[in-house]
Design a protein around this ligand. Sequence first.
Ligand code: 13P
Ligand code: SF4
Length: 359
Amino acid sequence: EASDPDLVERARAAKAALGERVFILGHHYQRDEVIQFADVTGDSFKLARDAAARPEAEFIVFCGVHFMAESADILTSDDQTVVLPDMAAGCSMADMANINQVEDAWEQLAEAGIADRTVPVTYMNSTAAIKAFCGRNQGVVCTSSNAEVAMRWAYDQVGGVDGDGKVLFLPDQHLGRNTAVLQLGLALEDCVVYDPRKPYGGNTPEELERARVILWKGHCSVHGRFRKENVDAAREKVPGINVLVHPECTHEVVTGADYVGSTEFIIKTLDAAEPGSSWVIGTELNLVRRLANAHPDKDIHFLEDTVCFCSTMNRIDLPHLVWALESLVAGDVVNRIVVDEQTQTEARVALDRMLALPA
Ligand code: 13P
Ligand code: SF4
C-alpha cells in the first residue's frame, strides 16, 4: 500500500537536515515505506558487518529489531548513538532464551559432566547478554549466512566434528538442526532439544552425554509456520517450480526445498535466476513481495496462502521513523539502545570471533 506522501516528505527532509550525521540501516524484512530511506540494506550478518562502516555518523538509526540494534551498539564506537524507532520491535525467537535460563542450562551441563566439552553457539537473534555468555565461555555468534562455518569452528575447539565435543545451539532449534544435519553431516539422532523449563532440558544426563548437538527449544514464529504441505501444494500447482526457503524453517520444510539460505542468499539467488523461471519463497512477506515487484520477468510465489509478516519487524513504520529522525533534528535522542560496558566487552569477543570466520 502507498505510504502517506506527507510523511515521506517529512522523512526525506529530516534525513537531509541530518546529512552525514545519520546512518540508516534497514533489514530486508522492513516495510517498503521504511526501507526506501535506508543507506544500507542487508541480512543480519551484513548489517552487523556494516554497522561500523560510518564512524563519522553520530546517529545510527536501526530499522530492524532490538537484538540487531544491540549488536550495532556493541560494534560501533562509544560516541555513536544507536536508535531503534520503536522499542516494541523485539523478536519472539530472541525472547525464547533469557540469560538466567542459559546460565542454569550451563550449570546442568556441568552437572552432567559435559560443559567442558561443549561450545555455545548463539544465533544473532539473541540478547546481548547471551552473546556475552558466549564470549565468556569460548563460544561464538552466528547468523543464517555463516552458521555452517561458525559451527565447524565450534567443533574444532573441542576435537572436531568427528570427535565427542558438543555444541549448545541457541536459541533457534531449526537453524541449529538444519546446519548440523544438512551441512555438517551429523545425524538427526545426534540432536537433542533442550527445554529450559525442564530439568536437564527434558533429557536424561545420559542422553545429553550421547548428544552432539544440544538445541535450545526456540523457533521463529514466522518461519515456523511454513509446512511441508505448503511445499507439496506449491509443487503440485506449478510443476517445475523452485522452492527457496530460509533455514529458520523446520527440518521437514528445508529438506523438501531446493535451495536454503539467509535473506541475502534468497535475494542473490533470484537476481541470478533465469527469466521465466518459477519460484516459491518461504520467508517473511515484505521481502517476498518486494522480490516479486523487482522481478516482473520471473514468476514468484509466497510459500503460504495466509499473510505472514513478522509483526515486530513491522512495528518500525514510517510514522515511527519520522518521529525518530525529527527528534534527532530537534536535538532530542529518542529510543536509544545502550548495552552496558561489561556486556559489550564480552559480547564483542563472540561477535569478533564470528566476523573473523572465513567467508
Ligand atoms: P537473516 O537476516 O540472517 O536472513 O535472518 C532472518 C531473520 O529472521 C532476522 O530476524
Ligand atoms: Fe524474530 Fe522471526 Fe521476526 Fe526474524 S522473522 S525478527 S527471527 S520473529
